[in-house]
Design a protein around this ligand. Structure first.
Ligand SMILES: [Fe+2]
Length: 349
């Protein structure tokens, strides 16, 4: 299986994944042979790329941290909580929510050696739900790499899922505005952490750390964030993890006001703001553990050759094993003697 930008899809290619929206509705089935109409439909959904199956990539296996079913349930439960703000709270539902969080945490712990895969295919219209679930999962992944105990991981995933729930009270025109907000709008927007945490404490019985982390997810390590300008010593570790996961996922996604940045560009950004916006320990973990060249993506090497990434090596995110497009030969950029002077110069997404 390999990842292709939508612009490179051609009629007759075989879909390597099922495509569904945030509510779990099937849009296109796995193994669909793409027609012209399918391709225009995929472009219309504004996904940036998609996995396809072909002979060249048939042995490439994409390992996921979270089982597709657990992910699907997460999306469903997050969209329900976001969508039911006016109703009375339903504790039975919170129970489902907590159970699902436990499943996410066990997936994260079981797959500790799987590199978090970034080329996630999501439809554009339900950005909030996909983003919320990703921030929860990524917070769990970072927390697990940092050695957090299970109870803390559960809080991190829960608060990650719900971090932006306060945005439901902000007008969508403001949230998706493809322009700089004026002063008044910015103040309105900056109230979402407070609104979100009071909504949760008024309506649900999550652990107080969960509501606190929702409140603190825009604070900076050096005290330069909002709403309270708390510094890193005053905030919870899970709040600082969610802060970093939030920025990471938002920047690697296509938004109305920016295109998706490459994973390497986002890590550069986060490294540049280590000790300022982000907790240095968290930055260190992300740089070591997140992958820069996701499996299944095409890259260009410094000698001009094109290759497909087939395996990542823990701690060597810049030097995965690749398969050369020209002759199908595999090259381990960390170990192969012929590769010592080769670098990856471009991710073709
Ligand atoms: Fe937020």
């Amino acid at each position: 299986m390999r990842y292709l930008p939508v612009s490179q899809l051609k009629e007759g290619m075989i879909l390597g994944q099922e495509l569904q929206d945030a509510s779990g509705r099937m849009l296109l089935e796995k193994h669909t042979r793409l027609s012209k109409e399918n391709i225009s439909y995929i472009s219309f959904l504004e996904v940036s790329g998609i996995y396809i199956e072909d002979d060249f990539s048939k042995d490439v296996e994409i390992k996921e941290v979270i089982q597709p079913e657990v992910k699907k349930v997460s999306l469903h439960l997050v969209s329900e909580i976001f969508g039911q703000l006016t109703d009375e709270s339903d504790m039975a539902e919170t129970k489902d929510f907590q159970e699902n969080v436990q499943n996410v945490v066990s997936n994260v712990l079981d797959n500790r050696d799987v590199v978090y895969n970034l080329m996630e295919v999501r439809t554009y219209d339900n950005y909030t739900y996909f983003h919320s679930v990703n921030v929860g999962v990524l917070s769990g992944v970072i927390g697990a790499k940092m050695g957090l105990v299970e109870e803390e991981l559960q809080k991190a995933v829960t608060a990650g899922f719900l971090h932006d729930i306060g945005k439901v009270f902000v007008a969508p025109e403001l949230i998706n505005a493809p322009r700089r907000l004026n002063e008044e709008e910015r103040i309105r927007m900056m109230d979402h952490p407070r609104e979100g945490s009071s909504f949760l404490s008024d309506n649900y019985r999550f652990h107080p750390d969960v509501t606190k982390a929702v409140y603190e997810h825009h604070e900076w390590y050096d005290g330069g964030g909002y709403p309270c300008r708390k510094n890193g010593r005053e905030t919870l570790l899970i709040s600082r993890i969610i802060k970093a996961a939030d920025v990471y996922d938002a920047m690697t996604s296509k938004r109305p006001y920016h295109d998706a940045y490459l994973p390497s560009e986002v890590l550069e950004y986060i490294m540049g703001r280590s000790g300022m916006e982000f907790d240095p320990e968290i930055v260190k973990t992300m740089v070591q553990e997140l992958c820069v060249y996701p499996v299944g993506c095409e890259v260009e090497l410094s000698n001009g050759e094109k290759a497909l990434v087939i395996e990542n090596h823990k701690g060597y995110s810049l030097r995965p094993t690749v398969k050369l497009m020209s002759n199908g030969r595999e090259l381990d950029l960390t170990a192969d003697r012929n590769a010592w002077n080769l670098t990856i110069v471009k991710l073709m997404v």
